[in-house]
Each structure stands twice: as structure tokens, then as C-alpha cells.
Design a protein around this ligand. Structure first.
Ligand SMILES: NC(=O)c1ccc[n+]([C@@H]2O[C@H](COP(=O)([O-])OP(=O)(O)OC[C@H]3O[C@@H](n4cnc5c(N)ncnc54)[C@H](O)[C@@H]3O)[C@@H](O)[C@H]2O)c1
Length: 391
């Protein structure tokens, strides 16, 4: 029996480089067989670097019987139709975020995948990295007690500052919620469970953006402020913006009856995790016999001692900031080879698409949006996971 799964890549643009490098060099259970792109020369460039990989048309790639999982790394507007083609070719889908641009389309894909007994999931897979996994173990072990709240804040002035082809960020499927929301929402749902309701306001700071020297119309909202209620009762605030030049807001924090967690940037696989032990502070303060002012002073003096940097799980990571994109595909391969469920689930990808659409629907209707989809929280990573080749 094979100990690896053959994969194909559609879309050889900016993000494909790290995926391809990781699949070829680092993920022991994945083999890259073929690549395609709308512009054939982009696929050819990959084969110049890796001559064992086949550059072909998307149709040829989908007809290759050796390929089991297809990575759809095209732009968001192309995701739904390409995902549909992949499923119709009886292959598993790993799509860059988002799975589709409409809840109905994402539902249709998931239904089709279920009918065919295929996996159909979308990025991100950053939540499988040591950062969010460490947060998961803290929450699961009851360190913060009953989760009551959270905040998620993605603040930036826009991707045109760095992306070589940034036009799509200001068209349907772009904007801060559809582009960066998947990292924050996926981490949130994976850690605390599905969303019940979303209320949102949205606006657009700049109607025109300078895209590669040409002014382009902004077709999407670029500044969102939302309130989310989770099915477990916890509530939180979310800011997603391409209109903020500077901010000191935390990226992602969780609050519970016993403590708080400051999570690392969910756009990365790792980063510092801080835990504030409210129980420890409570014990210190409760030991003070004097009346109120002495308790306040004790609390202020001892607050810092209750904040701990937590050792990250998965010490096998080569370095702290390594970009492990493809980890979710590697997990899909483990699932296929061992006949178990993948940690990226179609229901999670669909729930995230509905949540993002809920931001827009609530903002345009002025009403809260009740979610119609749900998902179950998938397993934490296996502590003995060793599929990344440490060279
Ligand atoms: N750039 C990043 O840092 C980054 C990070 C994380 C996720 N992503 C996500 O990855 C996806 C791709 O982003 P990117 O930055 O690589 O974009 P990109 O524009 O650099 O690359 C997209 C590639 O897909 C190809 N393509 C488009 N439509 C196609 C079609 N119908 N058939 C075949 N090929 C097609 C394009 O020719 C291009 O080579 C997006 O969903 C984005 O949200 C990007």
C-alpha cells in the first residue's frame, strides 16, 4: 500500500510557490504529480524547477487517474466552478479560501462531495499549527473555564502594498472579511464551536484604490465591525479592515470564567501564546483580609505575575515562523491512508462561507443574521505528528 497520496495543483500564482515547495520538499505523505494554470507558462515555470512534475491543461490534470487530491489555488472568483469540476472528476478538493462566494454554492459543493464520498474543504490550515493547537489544548483542558467572550481584529491598510496582482482583493470575493476572515473565523469556530448569530455594520473608506499605478474602483466593503454570538453562548466583537493604518487592538483573544488567552496571528502557523490565570489572581486577592482598597492594591501589584507565556506544542517545527501551508492537505492524506476523518471538514468550510456572507447580509439589511449551517469541532492535532521532513 502507498504511504503517500498524489496531488495536482490548479493555479500557479503567488501562494502556489510555498505550497509546491512544501509538498515537494517537506510533506512526506504527498507527491506532486501535475500543475496547471490559466496561463500555461506559469505551470511550465514550476516544471523548470521540478522536472518530475507534469505541466498540463486543467482538463488533462483532472483526467489523470493517478491524482487523488486537487489543490485549487486560483483566485476566489474561480473557486466554485473549479471545485465543481474537481468533484465531477471524482477527486478530493483542497481549495484556497474561500470554498465558494455564496452559501448556496458552497452547500451544493458539499452535498456533491458527500454524495461521492469525497472530501471538499478549504483553507486555511494555519489552525493546525502549533499556535492555535496550543490555544486549543488550553481551552480543552479548562484553563479559561467556561468561555464567555472573544475579540478578533484584522487591521490593515490593504494588500495592494505587497501583492503583485492585487486587483481581486477589491472585487467580489475580496475585501477584508472574505480574504482574511477565514483565518479568524476558522480558528474561532475550531476552538469554541459554531456560530449562532451575526450582526454587522460595514463601510468603505476609499472608493478608488491605487492598484499597480492605476486607480481601480472598490467594489466591496473594506471596513467591517461585527458582533458574533456562538452556539455555546459566548459573544465577541470582530473588526476586519483594509482601512486601518495603525492599531493596537489584539488580533485574537479568548475570555473565560477562569482566565484569558491571547492567541497568535491566526494567519500564521505559530507565534506566542499568552495565558492570564484569573484563578491565581483571585486566590492571591482572596487571601487579603483587609477591606476593599487593600484588595485592589494587591490585585494591581500581582497582575503581571499571573500572565504566562505558554510553551508551544509540536516542538518538531523547524522554526517559529515557518510557513507550513499544505499541512491541511497532509492531514487529508493521513485521513485517506488511514480511513479516518480529516481535521479540515467540509461543514467547517461551509459554515465559514455562510458566516462571511452573513457579515454582508447583516450590514446591508441592518438586521442580525441567524446562521442556517453548523459544524462539529474536529480533533486536535496528534502530538506525535511527524510528517514534516526536518532536514
Ligand atoms: N498571496 C497570498 O499570500 C495568499 C495567502 C493565502 C491565501 N491566498 C489565497 O490563494 C488564492 C490565490 O491567491 P494568489 O495570491 O496566489 O493569486 P494570484 O493571482 O497570484 O494567483 C492565482 C493564479 O491562478 C490562476 N488562475 C486564475 N483563474 C484560473 C482558472 N480559471 N484556471 C486556472 N488557473 C487560474 C492565475 O492565472 C494565477 O496564476 C486566493 O484564494 C487567495 O485568497 C493567497
Amino acid at each position: 500500500m502507498n504511504s503517500f497520496i498524489n496531488v495536482g495543483v490548479i493555479g500557479c500564482g503567488t501562494i502556489s510557490h510555498v505550497y509546491i515547495e512544501n509538498i515537494v520538499q517537506n510533506y512526506k505523505n504527498l507527491r506532486l504529480v501535475a500543475v496547471s494554470d490559466y496561463f500555461p507558462e506559469k505551470a511550465k515555470e514550476v516544471t523548470e524547477k521540478y522536472d518530475f512534475v507534469k505541466a498540463c491543461s486543467t482538463e488533462e490534470l483532472l483526467a489523470d487517474p493517478d491524482i487523488s487530491i486537487v489543490l485549487n489555488l486560483t483566485i476566489p472568483m474561480a473557486h466554485y466552478s473549479i471545485n465543481k469540476q474537481i468533484l465531477n472528476s471524482n477527486k478530493h478538493v483542497y481549495c484556497e479560501k474561500p470554498l465558494a462566494l455564496e452559501t448556496d454554492e458552497a452547500k451544493e459543493l458539499v452535498e456533491e462531495a458527500n454524495k461521492r464520498n469525497l472530501m471538499c474543504v478549504s483553507a486555511p490550515d494555519t489552525f493546525l499549527g502549533s499556535g492555535i493547537q496550543t490555544v486549543r489544548s488550553l481551552i480543552d483542558s479548562g484553563k479559561i473555564g467556561k468561555p464567555t467572550g472573544f475579540t478578533a481584529n484584522m487591521t490593515s491598510s490593504g494588500h495592494e502594498l505587497w501583492h503583485p496582482n492585487p486587483g481581486f482583493y477589491y472585487q467580489k470575493g475580496g475585501g477584508p472579511v472574505w480574504d482574511m476572515g477565514p483565518y479568524y473565523l476558522t480558528a474561532l469556530i475550531y476552538l469554541l464551536g459554531p456560530i449562532e448569530e451575526i450582526s454587522c455594520f460595514a463601510t468603505s473608506g476609499r472608493p478608488m484604490r491605487n492598484i499597480l499605478g492605476k486607480m481601480q474602483q472598490t467594489e466591496v466593503s473594506t471596513h467591517y465591525t461585527a458582533i458574533i454570538k456562538l452556539c455555546n453562548g459566548a459573544t465577541g466583537t470582530v473588526t476586519m479592515s483594509f482601512d486601518i493604518w495603525n492599531s493596537s487592538l489584539p488580533l485574537l483573544e479568548f475570555y473565560g470564567t477562569k482566565g484569558s488567552i491571547t492567541a497568535p496571528d491566526p494567519n500564521y502557523f505559530s507565534g506566542p501564546v499568552q495565558f492570564f490565570d484569573g484563578e491565581k489572581l483571585k486566590d492571591i486577592v482572596d487571601r487579603v483580609q483587609e477591606p476593599h482598597p487593600a484588595k485592589v492594591i494587591t490585585m494591581i501589584e500581582n497582575t503581571e505575575s499571573c500572565l504566562n507565556e505558554i510553551d508551544l506544542m509540536f516542538p518538531f517545527e523547524p522554526t517559529h515562523n515557518v510557513n507550513m501551508r499544505g499541512l491541511g492537505v497532509s492531514d487529508m492524506a493521513v485521513a485517506l491512508l488511514n480511513n479516518r476523518k480529516s481535521r479540515l471538514s467540509s461543514d467547517l468550510s461551509l459554515h465559514v462561507v455562510e458566516a462571511m456572507q452573513a457579515f454582508d447580509i447583516s450590514a446591508s439589511s441592518g438586521k442580525p443574521y441567524k446562521m442556517t449551517t453548523t459544524c462539529v469541532i474536529t480533533d486536535p492535532m496528534d502530538k506525535n505528528w511527524k510528517l514534516w521532513e526536518v532536514k
